[in-house]
Design a protein around this ligand. Structure first.
Ligand code: MN
Length: 715
């Protein structure tokens, strides 16, 4: 083949381009060549040729597919980012964004390392390559690049040959097949086969040529007979015979575990005619000529293959009982069969061309129209669509396993995809060795390593950004369990506080009393009762009274008056109760504030400041109120909100924020509203230990000259 010959020069390429590109476009291609030649100056291929011969050959392959001039320019430049010190920006400056994007896309595919990956994941790899590609031309350049490398593979070390060949067979040839690029696929397969199993390839080739020699006369006989039948029927058509390609035969032998002598249908004839309905007539003629083998007829015209291939296939029992495959199709179908998506391209570029994305989408649409109404093929088609425009991202675990996640998936989704325990205890990740927070959205080709801590637990906030069902379900169920445990703890504390008024304690309740109460209240267990109280579904005072009355009846005593000490005891709040004790967002109470608790069915207790105006809503629901107070030493920091009115000057926000941080407080959120040109109002959500801490912060802020007014917010 021409492009295989060394010293295929840029002048040859340009002469070839004359057939379908304008003079100006060819000049641009030449300019790309000059740039590439200079960048690769002094580099040599293993074969001893100047490096630039390789990009020229790649461009020549694509020119054979009639690719547009920008694609050819990118082909000439395809290795400059990866193999020279040229940066993407230089390509933008010298050419344009489109060219730079194409070259960059090819480089990214080159950078994926297949070596360490598991064999079974080839399919995911192919999908990942397609997913990483926004422009289908990147794949076409990469395929042409690989094809030329395969043609010149012989000079490489044996280990390299094997690795590259395996990649070619597992990744590149199937992609070529998906896109209907038959010529490229077959050549990739033959070269891959020859280099990966050189011995098997040689034996098979020898057997095939021997069979071919033995049957030459028979082949000619069949071809002549077919031509005669066509002539008699007055059908113009071309008949050609050929040997099938060896990798296909090898796979058949391997999959069916049959020796070569059993694989006899190694010859195929192709009949090309003008019209679709003529195809069926030719099929009839062929079936009259030799007996068809049952079950071997396939109508790929009515139901095209997923890559758009159309043809009639049948197998006949030829002279001497030799099976012969016959393929009948039109010239158009032949064109598609050889060139796939590229055929579509050629046709379009002959008719004004178009944007590559539109062309690719167009090609897919053609496929779907071709297959409309055939239920079975819809699934095939879905595969093609998914492969070309996937809604998935493909990422690696540190060991090189590929995980497929929906688009938009985050670190947390990734962690749960590995294992629910990994998800439950994740705290951060390293993405391509850089530290990244949990909400980071993942992109194709990244390697993600989850960082866990034993104490890590799921955060309800995660539910706002995870996209996979698995993550969502696991987080929910973890939180539900946690909430239930917290509810039981709180329920017991609340009930104990009430039981104390009757001189009782939960631990020492007579078992029988408790059982009777549980049955009467339709509860299955003591834990359920406690959880119910903790969740705000049952009022602890009522439960305590009923339990106490029954107990006291038995003991014959009387309830101890609640007002023994003048005031009922208050329930202590620590802030560490978890999901069942919530601090109202309207007034954001902190230790030191006078507070009340409101039972909120299903959620537990909500703590408000006593002066919160929203408490009015609960005025008439006395049983929902709970007397609470701050525990002596609350275990956590609390969030509260202050508004600062300050002079509207540059830097005021930074000054205030710094002061707050210096006072040992974290800022959780800032909102600023410009009041007028003179002053601005800044709302800070910040963490404090208690009122004294807040007071110190406010005092410190007042000292800032620009600060005019500070107030604690309540909504
Ligand atoms: Mn290359």
């Amino acid at each position: 083949m021409t492009e295989n010959r060394p010293r295929f020069l840029i002048s040859d390429l340009c002469a070839f381009l004359d057939a379908y590109l304008s003079a100006e476009q060819i000049r641009e291609v030449y300019r790309a060549y000059l740039f590439g030649a200079e960048a690769h100056e002094g580099q040599w291929r293993k074969s001893g040729e100047p490096y630039i011969y390789h990009p020229i050959a790649v461009a020549r392959l694509l020119a054979g597919m009639r690719m547009d001039y920008k694609c050819l320019m990118a082909a000439l430049l395809h290795d400059v980012i990866e193999d020279t010190d040229t940066a993407r920006e230089q390509l933008v400056a010298a050419f344009d964004e489109e060219i730079a994007e194409l070259v960059d896309g090819v480089s990214k595919l080159t950078q994926i390392d297949f070596r360490t990956r598991e064999e079974a994941q080839a399919a995911s790899f192919r999908k990942m390559m397609l997913a990483m590609t926004k422009d289908i031309r990147v794949i076409l350049i990469k395929l042409a690049d690989r094809l030329h490398n395969m043609r010149t593979l012989g000079v490489m070390a044996p280990a390299t040959c094997r690795r590259v060949s395996r990649e070619t067979l597992e990744i590149y040839a199937p992609i070529a097949n998906r896109l209907g690029l038959y010529d490229i696929r077959v050549e990739l397969e033959e070269l891959g086969f020859a280099h990966y199993w050189p011995w098997r390839y040689r034996i098979l080739e020898r057997a095939l040529s021997r069979a071919h020699e033995t049957h030459t006369r028979l082949m000619e006989e069949v071809a002549t007979a077919l031509r005669e039948r066509l002539e008699q029927a007055g059908i113009p058509g071309a008949v050609s015979g050929r040997r099938k390609h060896s990798y296909g035969i090898y796979l058949k032998m391997r999959d069916k575990k049959r020796p070569f002598s059993d694989v006899v249908d190694v010859f195929a004839f192709r009949v090309i005619v003008a019209e679709v309905d003529t195809c069926y007539r030719v099929l009839g003629l062929a079936h009259n000529l030799y007996r068809p083998m049952p079950g071997r007829f396939k109508d790929y015209i009515a139901i095209a293959k997923s890559n758009g291939y159309q043809s009639l296939h049948t197998v006949l029992l030829g002279p001497q009982g030799l099976p012969i495959e016959i393929q009948v199709r039109t010239e158009d179908m032949q064109h598609i069969a050889d060139k796939g998506i590229a055929a579509h391209w050629m046709y379009k570029s002959d008719h004004g061309g178009g944007n590559p994305q539109v062309l690719a989408a167009d090609w897919l649409r053609n496929l779907s129209e071709m297959q409309r109404g055939y239920g079975d093929s819809v699934e095939f088609l879905e595969h093609v669509k998914v492969d070309l425009f996937p809604d998935e991202v493909y990422v690696f675990t540190p060991r090189g396993r590929i995980l497929v996640l929906p688009k938009g998936a985050t670190v947390v989704d990734f962690a749960y995809a590995i294992h629910s325990d990994v998800g439950n205890s994740c705290v951060a990740a390293r993405i391509d060795r850089h530290l990244a927070p949990l909400r980071t959205v993942l992109h194709n080709g990244q390697t993600v390593e989850i960082i866990n801590t034993p104490g890590g637990t799921p955060n309800p906030v995660w539910l706002k950004f995870v996209v996979t069902g698995k993550a969502r379900v696991n987080i929910r169920s973890y939180l539900k369990n946690l909430q239930r445990r917290e509810a039981e703890d709180l329920g017991q504390r609340l009930l104990d506080a009430e039981l104390k008024n009757f001189g009782l304690a939960w631990r020492h309740l007579p078992g029988e009393r408790l059982q009777r109460y549980l049955i009467a209240s339709n509860l299955t267990s003591a834990e359920q009762l406690l959880a119910d109280i903790g969740l705000g579904n049952r009022m602890p005072a009522l439960v305590a009274r009923r339990l106490a009355v029954e107990s006291l009846d038995e003991a014959g005593g009387k309830p101890r008056p609640e007002t023994e000490t003048g005031q009922p005891p208050r329930f202590p709040i620590r802030g560490t109760e978890g999901m069942v004790v919530n601090f109202a967002r309207c007034c954001r109470p902190i230790p030191g504030d006078g507070v009340v608790g409101i039972f909120s069915p299903g959620k537990g207790i909500v703590i408000h400041r006593q002066e919160c105006r929203n408490l009015g809503d609960f005025q008439r629901q006395g049983d929902k109120w709970l007397d609470v107070e701050w525990a002596a030493e609350p275990g956590v920091d609390f969030s509260t909100e202050i508004r600062i009115e300050a002079g509207n000057r540059r830097g005021v926000l930074a000054t205030v924020a710094t002061a707050i941080a210096e006072m040992g407080s974290n800022i959780e959120n800032i909102q600023s509203h410009e009041k007028d040109g003179v002053s601005a109002s800044l709302d800070f959500l910040l963490t404090v230990q208690d009122r004294r801490h807040l007071a110190r912060i406010i005092r410190r802020l007042r000292a800032i000259p620009l600060v005019m007014r500070i107030l604690r917010m309540s909504r």
